[in-house]
Ligand binder design. Structure first.
Ligand SMILES: [Zn+2]
Length: 194
């Protein structure tokens, strides 16, 4: 498992609901947490690791010792965004080094299924609200730069261009899939869903 980098087409994928929670899903979740901590992130969406499910892991402390702060959100639905949008700084593991100012609702009410299969309703504020909005965007194929109002990183457009060039080089080297291979893989996943 690895974190896909912009502009990998999986980052634009409309993730599909997870239909059952079994040992395979629990193993994926454990691996996603390991990768998130290793990458010094606070949240990770499944399509960032090349998986087509509506699945998010997060821990606002980013500290692997603080297990009580870990959340697994399966098939999340945002029910309500509340309060004025607040500008705040964000980074993203799929855009290493890029820091942007993104407006997000100060409070979010949402539903998700936890790893035990129980539907839960959450009301989160501030940083937690920011994380869940950022990660939910990922699941529906959008990334933070699409909502950003300002960049902390200088020459932000150039930064994205460099990432695109790097990705194209990796496609040429066969390290990343060509668009048509990617679409074939997606069609295969979707046909195998039970
Ligand atoms: Zn992100």
């Amino acid at each position: 498992m690895r974190v896909l980098k912009y502009p990998h087409p999986m980052l634009e994928y409309q993730s599909k609901p997870l239909l059952k929670i079994d040992q395979k899903v629990r193993d994926i979740v454990a691996e996603m947490f390991d990768l998130m901590y290793e990458s010094e992130g606070v949240g990770l969406a499944a399509n960032q690791v090349n998986l087509p499910y509506q699945l998010i892991v997060l821990n606002p402390t980013g500290d692997p010792e603080q297990k009580d702060q870990e959340y697994v959100l399966i098939n999340p639905t945002i029910l309500k965004l509340k309060g004025k949008n607040v500008d705040g700084e964000e980074g993203c593991l799929s855009f290493p080094g890029l820091r942007l100012i993104v407006p997000r609702a100060a409070e979010v009410k949402f539903q998700a299924i936890n790893l035990k299969g129980q539907p839960q309703t959450y009301i989160w504020k501030d940083f937690m609200a920011r994380i869940v909005q950022h990660e939910t965007d990922h699941l529906f194929g959008s990334c933070f730069y699409q909502r950003a109002v300002e960049s902390i990183t200088p020459n932000y457009e150039l930064f994205l261009e460099r990432l695109k060039e790097k990705f194209q080089e990796d496609v040429k080297k066969g390290l990343e899939p060509k668009q048509e291979e990617f679409l074939e893989n997606v069609a295969k996943w979707e046909s195998e869903r039970c």
